[in-house]
Design a binder for this molecule. Structure first.
Ligand code: DX5
Ligand code: ZN
Length: 218
């Protein structure tokens, strides 16, 4: 089953609840929450209170992507705030195992991710511990960027690595996903697709139609 996880980064934050409900009614599977601290990436987005309020009002699976320099401190707090899955960047911590454990101890599933230029080898040892791997197909920091083509090869390689280890871990892909390229990433082995602008901004914010167009393009 292929799951769609639209990124709130491209939602109209003045109408946050409305956008979430429209996306949920359109049949999304998860909601991707992009957390940026202005240090790990050159942008600041949203934090723990947003996750708390989302949790209070919706049952949709909250897929929190931490683009922050201190996941050791904050990852468990996002788990406690109600995230279903918290994903941390391998580049951001020297204690990946400990961070992943702290997420689980606080009641969420854990994921690991890596920037486009970071080699897959850097996450190999963490694979047996994680519930998801997120492949960044743009350099993190902004929505609306173009898909980096060599990400497809990376997804295939990761799929091979996971199979080789006898594991069953879903691969999520994040950045520049559109109805034109979603088939390519799914074929390469991704089973969760993040889509920000192609769900919440294009086509005059036709959220329902955009979700459908993405799903029809698998
Ligand atoms: C990039 C974020 C992505 C991004 C996706 O830093 O992690 O989740 O918002 O947005 P689109 O789909 O517009 O590339
Ligand atoms: Zn993201």
């Amino acid at each position: 089953m292929i799951r769609i996880s639209p990124s709130l980064l491209s939602a109209d934050l003045y109408k946050l609840g409305e956008d979430v409900e429209r996306a949920v009614d359109a049949g999304i599977d998860m909601l991707h929450v992009d957390v940026m601290d202005g240090h790990f990436v050159p942008n600041i987005s949203m934090g723990i209170p947003i996750v708390k309020w989302l949790r209070k009002h919706t049952d949709v699976e909250l897929d929190v992507h931490l683009m922050i320099t201190d996941p050791d401190t904050y990852a468990p707090r996002f788990a406690k705030a109600g995230a279903d899955i918290v994903t941390v960047h391998v580049e951001a911590t020297d204690n990946l195992d400990r961070v992943l454990s702290s997420i689980k101890e606080n009641g969420a599933r854990c994921g690991v991710t890596l920037n486009p230029s970071t080699p897959l080898e850097d996450i190999r040892s963490a694979l047996p511990m994680v519930d998801m791997v997120l492949i960044m197909s743009v350099n993190p920091g902004y929505g609306g960027q173009s898909y980096i083509d060599h990400s497809t090869e990376k997804i295939k390689k990761l799929k091979g690595m996971i199979d080789e280890l006898g594991l069953d871990i879903p691969i999520e892909v994040d950045g520049g996903i559109t109805p034109d390229n979603v088939h390519e990433v799914v074929e390469a082995g991704a089973s969760i697709v993040v889509a920000g602008s192609s769900v919440f901004s294009i086509n005059d914010r036709d959220i329902e139609g955009n979700v459908k167009r993405l799903r029809d393009a698998f």
